[in-house]
Design a protein. Structure first.
Length: 604
């Protein structure tokens, strides 16, 4: 289907080009320039790319910079082209580095090699070079000299000019030289090219070009610009356009039939699943029920990767959150996955699924509503006293999340790996009891989830375990959730994200070095009393254990809970730096650092 569509589009493009060529376009009238306010480029100048070989006589080569500025290419230097007058055959050049004296000999060789002249046809002049490095700006009275001296302390002057009037009495004379131009002041150079002269060719209505068999002499020849055109009958154009339009209509109808057939098959798959599911599972709502519950989807709580969430009421006492799934999941796999998993689990630290909707193209999930929102809204640094929850409450939340993960891993008939543990997917009730949510990426496992079959990486960037990216790090297992939990725990302790998502093409995991400073006793976060220090160190150490690079080095969730409930943090050993091979030695000091680590997907 794609190849047919591409062929039609290519045919249409060729037809448009053919019609355009049929309108008698003059190929000799092409306007070449680097930008809107840049000089027009025509013979004897030539626009080239800098990657080509250096220009040799008689070619005068110009190129465009990234800033769309016109530059004259010489063997070793570049000069900025500010203006070209083709009638008087003059070109106005400046030096981007504001220092002609440093490249004076290259400029003189260029002028002599190309038989160029100064603007007013000056004969050979005697020029004197002065070194004004030690003179200092206060001794220079001329404003333009003050500007030049900042970047170029070497000054050139004509022999007939007064040293006193030029403020050169404090400078040191270096040497004399004879040149075909006068001294260059104010970083400006005006040159004329007497040859080639295209006046004779233009008088005949022709254009100039170099003779291909005698380039070394710089001879030119005239050529005539002929209008090129192809006569295309209007009947052919109308017939071709009609055929293409008819083909596009047929393709659109065919694709529409395939689309609706696919949606019907998807709906049948969902209905079959729900038929087996209806007896003991959550309530099934119609789309009209959802509109009534949410008062016409009036209050939007937020937009997620899989759809929008709206606030609603089942009764005057029961508030709910209704998640309307978008159509990106064409086959309905995530909908079936989430309803199938959440309908089988009930735990104080896992969100309860109250109901669902699967009517036509509409699919939705209904949960309890939590006014406090997600944990992401409460991750603040400890010094932010207006928003920081406190270390006791952070420990309570951390333990609740761990118990929810333990239930998923060990308390269900079939172990469940969540694959998307992150602060956005942990909701908080009125008492700040954490609830794990969003099971769209979760996976039901066999009785032994030590090795899980995976066909593609899943999860949120920054929280995905290394082995989920590549099996070179180990097998995917329940330890993948432990890694995500560890990253979440470190963000709670530090009150900041350890993931940089400014560039979707190149995200970074920012490893917090201050965590090791904390566990070594060199605390750089705001902790008020000794008990809080113990909690902060304990959470930091547990987080470091959970993000160990190799899955076998991470603790089980039962061991994590045991460490969280331990009163003496000194009984918990400090793990090695999991990124030691990818980073330099941790630097201790008054400030904390976060080093970026690039997670590269390794091909299996």
């Amino acid at each position: 289907m794609t190849s047919v569509r591409d062929s039609v589009l290519m045919t249409l493009l060729l037809l448009l080009l053919l019609i355009r060529n049929g309108s008698a376009h003059n190929d000799c009238d092409e306007n070449l320039s680097c930008g809107k306010n840049e000089p027009h480029i025509e013979f004897p100048f030539e626009l080239v790319k800098e990657m080509e070989e250096p220009c040799t006589y008689p070619r005068l080569c110009l190129s465009c910079t990234e800033k769309r500025q016109t530059m004259l290419l010489l063997p070793t230097i570049k000069l900025r082209v500010n203006y070209i007058d083709y009638e008087s055959q003059e070109i106005y050049l400046t030096d981007p580095e504001n220092c002609y004296s440093n490249k004076f000999m290259e400029v003189i060789n260029f002028i002599r090699s190309y038989h160029l002249e100064a603007r007013y046809g000056e004969p050979e002049n005697n020029l004197i070079f002065f070194n004004c490095t030690s003179a200092g700006l206060p001794y220079l009275r001329n404003n333009y000299m003050r500007q030049d001296m900042v970047s170029c302390p070497i000054y050139m002057a004509n022999s007939f000019e007064s040293v006193l009037s030029l403020d050169l009495t404090s400078c040191t004379k270096m040497f004399n030289i004879t040149a075909p131009i006068a001294a260059v002041h104010s970083n400006a150079l005006y040159l004329r090219w007497p040859k080639p002269n295209c006046a004779e060719c233009e008088a005949k209505g022709k254009r100039c070009k170099w003779k291909t068999n005698n380039d070394t002499e710089g001879d030119i020849q005239c050529f005539e610009c002929k209008r090129k055109g192809i006569h295309v009958p209007k009947s052919f154009i109308f017939a071709a356009t009609g055929s293409i339009f008819l083909g596009l209509v047929v393709i659109a109808v065919f694709k529409g039939i395939l689309y609706f057939r696919k949606k019907q098959e998807d709906q049948e798959r969902v209905d079959k699943f729900l038929e087996d599911y209806r007896a003991e599972k959550p309530a099934r709502f119609t789309y009209a029920d959802l509109k009534r519950i949410t008062n016409g989807f009036k209050e939007n709580l937020g937009e997620g990767a899989h759809g929008a969430v709206f606030r609603g009421k089942l009764s005057s006492e029961i508030q709910v959150a209704v998640k309307i799934l978008n159509n990106t999941d064409v086959e309905g796999k995530e909908f079936i996955n989430e309803v199938g998993i959440m309908g089988k689990i009930h735990h104080i630290n896992v969100v309860r699924l109250l109901g669902f909707c699967a009517e036509g193209f509409h699919r939705a999930l209904v949960y309890n509503f939590f006014p406090n929102g997600s944990l992401q809204s409460f991750i603040f640094p400890p010094e932010d006293k207006d928003h920081f929850l406190g270390w006791e409450k952070l420990q309570h939340i951390s333990l609740g999340i761990a118990k929810g993960i333990e239930y998923l891993h060990q308390g269900c008939n079939h172990p469940i790996i969540h694959f998307d543990i992150n602060p956005h997917n942990v909701l908080l009730d009125d008492n700040f009891t954490p609830k794990i949510s969003d099971f769209g990426l979760a996976k039901l496992c066999s009785k032994n989830p030590s090795v899980v079959s995976m066909t593609a990486a899943r999860g949120t960037l920054g929280y995905i375990a290394p082995e989920v990216f590549s099996r070179n790090f180990g097998n995917v297992s329940y330890k993948s959730d432990i890694y995500s939990y560890g990253m979440l725990l470190l963000e709670m302790v530090g009150g900041r994200k350890n993931v940089d998502m400014s560039s979707p093409e190149d995200f970074n995991v920012l490893y917090p070095d201050w965590i090791h400073n904390l566990v070594d006793g060199d605390v750089h976060i705001h902790v008020e009393d000794e008990d809080d220090v113990k909690i902060a160190k304990k959470l930091a150490i547990i987080g470091l254990w959970c993000i160990q690079w190799q899955p076998g080095n991470r603790p089980s969730i039962k061991s994590v809970i045991h460490m969280l409930e331990t009163q003496d943090e000194n009984q918990i050993a400090v793990p090695p730096n999991p990124f030691h091979s990818a980073t330099s030695t941790t630097v201790k000091g008054p400030t904390s650092t976060r080093r970026p680590l690039h997670l590269e997907v390794i091909e299996e």
